[in-house]
Design a protein. Structure first.
Lengths: 463, 463
């Protein structure tokens, strides 16, 4: 079996913890592994690591690569140059696998940002799905509704039994409360988990029949020549979901009930639901002091959060933004995100802490003509050999040791030592030593942009 | 007339905006002047600046001095070496004024942290009080209750009229709701504003009769010799309020109704009450984005605060701590403050931004063996000539120009320039230029304490 992990989401509903450039799938929300890493691990229960292909947006590619490389030395990754929803991504990923494989494999497609804990039951479900996929069905995995949820799409099976699942009658959009209650009573409706399984040949022929535009553009792209997805072709793709392009139209859809636990972690409310609560129904994470709150979720990532007498309230504190929200309004976090986007406020886009292949940096202060960062370089890593046209830099080592190349000089700096990097000087910050390195960087200049960087050499292929 | 401003409070109920080392009276809560500055101005309506004496704790003396020097070149300030509540402070302040004055003056005592906007009506009240004070009464100013408040002490006049006020029958403690309702109905009860007025000789004789211990210790202190209050004497003072020591026991107490507006700003609820609200009853200050909150107070001092669907909620964001509190629970902020104190968490004590006579600094990052600050030096100011036994420092100029003395050298540094200050080197950072100066300071060392400072010269008398 092969697996496709869809890792391109932006997770706007978990702002301010998720950001456009550091979305939900990359976060350690529930365990010490990210949701992406947990998803990868879940697939390794029933396929070799080298059969797993991840597809993400180019914006997240280096982070996805970094996280997966902690689990595996075999990383197959496609990067979309622009976001075009799930239909084009799945088409390309299936084509990529079909071309690499000698036979007509069964492929499972999974979102990268859902929670599934029960390994055994998940495995049983996958086995049932595989039977139907081998019979030529496109298999969806559905969850038996336990209450009339209005935030999910539903799949109606109308009770027609197949060998290990149901024949699907129709996909339906998110219902209103009354309709959701009817679906619940009827018993033939399931929540759509976003997990699919099929034989490569079946899916490709459905693409050809049902959405020939995507199929034809996919065929323009030659993965033999280059593993990169060319912008010119991909930008022509229609921006649609696989549900809309294939699932709602195909007559080959079957459903297997997902018997394990499942949560889409689609809002702070759902994070609260899966978290362990105290006797008052509260979840406290980080540096929190409370007096008498109830049924609330308080998350502090950096500063002290003191709460008094709150009820059914969500507070999420990050270095540069704080969310305070009534628990039944967490779906509206998306609107805050959109408002920030409209206002050109980059708080929706990045954290003050930005992760890079070599470590991370945190902007600790900025003003007219300067930016100050703490830069953390993991042991054995190095930043690219680079220069800047508009800014000078000043580095002060805080801990660890720095190996610095500056024009034709090479320096080793100990804690407390500093060096000036003039405008246009060719330089590199490296940490070939045994401990992590931390420095303060003060950037000075009239123009201070992350883009003002000319790379000459880079161990992460970013030249 | 003479005035005494009581400026020693710690304002724990307005945490996290007020801190033990930067209390409520120093904050610009309502206008661009601090409550202390507004109080000083209010007194200048009816007395010369040089007749105003402030008394504060030594911890706040430099900040009180700095704020008052913005308004006046005549600053009379007594610093208590330890906190002993209001009775000892008022005794010493009255004695100080009585000794300086050729006649037996009328003195008004005012808290430094209350809000009074209506200048004309306040003045009328003061004139009425002065008549009774001249007649030998100790005059309290009372507010006619508009609702059964349980958070204030009450004064019962029992309706006995004097020429311009009432004879006071008794002081009563904070009542329960039922008792407060009775007081309101009765009509002879007033809220205690904490403002008093009296002839110096009358007050000193009441101290002598009613609390001879305080009176005798006061007489040990000779302000002719030194304006400083000696610790050895002052530490013997009992820790009690003037209400308890004098007002509740004296038979000479009168009350004048305070006809102006008045608010003790004693909780976030009362700050909300006096603030201008939008059509949904919300007060937003700073960088706030809201979706549908009601009757809430959202204060952001540094980061984005996004709120959704909150009701009757207070959020106060500062650089290092966030408070989220139901509006009817704001009295419990004091408990959070006490909890932090018990836990040795210094978040109750200082802000990350610390004000100094020469400007201020903000701690922007700290870790094992280092602290990084942004230091802001106002134009024309200089830090003391100093050295450190345990830490080295590294300075990078961000904006403005720095004049640096380092052992026997003198340097002028422009933006982007840096200098190393080794352990034990004698140095001074100065800004004799026309613009404010901003530098990054990186302190390095195994021991990093504010106390590790030896001062050789200081323009603010701190050697």
């Amino acid at each position: 079996m092969y697996g496709i992990i869809l890792a391109g989401g932006s997770g706007s509903r978990l702002w301010p913890l998720s950001r456009e450039l550091y979305p939900k799938q990359l976060l350690n929300l529930i365990s010490d592994k990210s949701l992406l890493q947990s998803t990868f691990e879940r697939l390794t229960y029933f396929m070799p690591q080298e059969n797993i292909l991840s597809i993400t947006n180019v914006k997240h590619a280096s982070n996805v690569k970094m996280q997966l490389s902690e689990l595996s030395s075999h990383i197959n990754l496609l990067s979309e140059p622009v976001s075009k929803n799930t239909a084009p991504a799945i088409a390309l990923a299936v084509k990529y696998i079909a071309e690499k494989s000698d036979y007509d494999p069964v492929i499972i497609v999974v979102p990268s940002d859902h929670l599934v804990n029960d390994k055994e039951k998940f495995l049983q479900t996958v086995k049932k799905g595989e039977i139907l996929a081998q019979q030529g069905y496109i298999v969806t995995f559905g969850i038996k509704p336990s209450y009339p949820e209005t935030g999910y799409g539903y799949i109606n099976t109308d009770g027609k039994l197949l060998s290990s699942g149901y024949k699907v009658k129709e996909f339906v959009e998110k219902p209103d409360a009354e309709t959701a209650e009817k679906y619940l009573q009827k018993g033939t409706y399931f929540w759509n988990s976003g997990i699919f399984m099929f034989k490569a040949s079946i899916m490709l022929s459905e693409y050809k029949n049902l959405t020939p535009e995507i199929y034809n553009i996919s065929n323009e792209i030659d993965f033999e020549k280059s593993p990169d997805i060319p912008f010119v072709s991909f930008d022509k793709m229609p921006n649609i979901s696989v549900d809309y392009a294939i699932m709602e139209k195909s007559s080959k859809i079957a459903l297997v009930e997902l018997e394990s636990d499942w949560n889409d972690l689609g809002s702070w409310q759902s994070i609260y639901d899966v978290s362990k609560k105290d006797s008052e129904g509260n979840v406290f994470a980080g540096h929190v002091i409370d007096e008498g709150s109830k049924n609330s979720f308080i998350y502090s990532s950096s500063k002290l959060v003191a709460t008094i007498g709150l009820e059914d309230t969500i507070i999420v504190e990050t270095e540069d933004a704080i969310l305070a929200c009534k628990k039944d309004r967490t779906q509206d976090v998306k609107q805050i995100y959109e408002t920030l986007k409209k206002q050109n406020d980059d708080t929706h886009l990045i954290h003050k802490t930005v992760y890079r292949p070599w470590g991370f940096y945190t902007v600790i202060a900025q003003g007219k003509g300067f930016i100050t960062k703490i830069i953390h370089v993991n042991k054995g890593q190095k930043l690219s050999v680079q220069s800047h046209n508009y800014r000078s830099e000043h580095w002060v080592v805080l801990s660890g040791k720095a190996f610095v190349k500056l024009d034709n000089k090479e320096l080793t700096l100990n804690p407390g030592h500093s060096v000036d990097i003039p405008v246009k000087a060719i330089h590199s910050l490296q940490n070939p030593f045994e401990d992590d390195l931390e420095i303060i960087e003060v950037q000075k200049g009239d123009i201070l942009l992350e883009d003002d960087i000319i790379r000459y050499e880079d161990m992460y292929g970013r030249v």
